[in-house]
Design a protein around this ligand. Structure first.
Ligand code: 5RP
Length: 241
């Protein structure tokens, strides 16, 4: 096992908190919850990346036997680069715990994910995990979901028809674009359409409607998936009822 050191996350003892420190704190709390011999789902995004680095460090220092499953190509490469053992999801018969970030989370630990376009693999890994831990800074906590646009992953074939339908549902769809102006393509070869859910009263129903739409592969509403929310700035661990 070879840990390739990249970052020093020791936090300043005094001084103001910033979002990055809060992400580090949440990631540090999550690492403490990973037991030896665990099969760990690795989320995607900046907070999950800090967790991955810290997990690799801990596994190396404590000679832990950790097997990982990744939620994106980027995460897989990152974890392998830190010396973690990463296997295909179908090579394991269980995932003990997954640690991931979130774009937005409410008081019931429901959330929006997919800001990094990894929502499909994230949801597959999460729904096959015994326990899901989300690591966030408090800017992600909202009473009601919707300040963040909801990502919807759609197959390329016929995508404009799905887009037009979403318009008729008053979801104000926009295609997610790359910097060069082309539509972003996910790890699964699909497009992302981001929608505005501020006018939607019944989010569980919206989740069902989106899922039932032909051409939609997945959406970023994660309902009843997160078990534990770790909030960096407050140091809080909030458990699902
Ligand atoms: C990627 C995700 C991320 O978890 C989410 O975007 C949060 O990322 P960050 O930790 O960088 O704020 O859902 O698809």
């Amino acid at each position: 096992f070879c840990y390739n050191k990249s970052n020093d996350y020791s936090l300043p003892v005094v001084g103001g908190s910033n979002v990055n420190d809060d992400k580090v704190k949440a990631a540090q709390m999550a690492v403490e919850l990973i037991p030896n011999q665990a099969i760990v789902g690795l989320g995607s995004g900046s907070t999950a990346s800090i967790f991955i680095d810290l997990l690799a460090k801990k596994a190396h220092e404590e000679q832990m036997d950790i097997t990982c499953v990744a939620t994106s190509v980027q995460t897989s490469q990152l974890a392998l680069g830190f010396g973690l053992k990463v296997v295909d999801i179908d090579a394991v018969d269980r995932i003990d715990v997954t640690v991931d970030g979130a774009d937005e989370v409410d008081g019931n630990l429901n959330g929006i994910k997919g800001g990094g376009a990894a929502l499909l693999f994230e949801k597959i890994v999460a729904t096959n995990s015994t326990k899901n831990i989300w690591v966030v800074d408090s800017s992600k906590q909202h009473q009601r979901l919707g300040s963040y646009r909801l990502p919807v992953e759609v197959v390329k074939f016929g995508v404009h028809h799905v887009f037009n339908y979403l318009k008729t549902r008053d979801l104000k769809p926009v295609y997610r674009q790359q910097e060069d102006g082309n539509y972003l393509t996910t790890d699964s070869g699909n497009y992302i359409i981001d929608v505005d859910i501020t006018g939607q009263e019944d989010l569980p129903q919206l989740a069902k409607d989106l899922k039932a739409l032909t051409g939609v592969v997945e959406h970023g509403l994660f309902i009843d998936i997160c078990d534990v929310l770790l909030v960096g700035n407050t140091g809080q661990a909030i458990y699902k009822d």
